[in-house]
Design a protein around this ligand. Structure first.
Ligand code: FES
Length: 115
């Protein structure tokens, strides 16, 4: 099972292939997921400190390009299939939002096309 390290939070063993956004949230981190994990909002963005996946879903690639975002990845579009270290930079605390967003499904949505 992969080891997930969340900067300034802790290091955890997480289930194989768990969505990163869910793995982070289940460690008690208030990561945002305003669109419910559908690659539409970018509020689940994280910075990778180690183990950034080379593969990306088409939905993530298109959304990052559309928003002009670099140096971040969308946690809802990543599976925990190897060890990784991330910084959870988009949090409910201080966001002014009422909640983190609808719960993301267990599987990556939309169905991933890997690029
Ligand atoms: S893009 Fe909205 S939760 Fe990931």
């Amino acid at each position: 099972m992969p080891i997930l390290t969340i900067d300034d939070v802790g290091t955890y063993t997480v289930p194989d292939d768990q969505r990163l956004v869910l793995a982070i949230e289940q460690q008690g981190v208030d990561i945002l997921h305003a669109c419910g994990g559908n690659a539409r909002c970018t509020t689940c963005r994280v910075e990778f400190l180690a183990g950034e996946p080379s593969a990306m879903t088409r939905a993530e690639k298109d959304k990052l390009q559309e928003r002009g975002l670099t140096g971040v990845r969308l946690a809802c579009q990543i599976r925990c299939d190897h060890d990784m270290t991330v910084r959870a930079i988009s949090r409910l605390a201080g966001s002014g939002r009422a909640d983190a967003g609808p719960p993301p499904a267990a599987e990556i949505q939309p169905p991933p096309e890997w690029v």
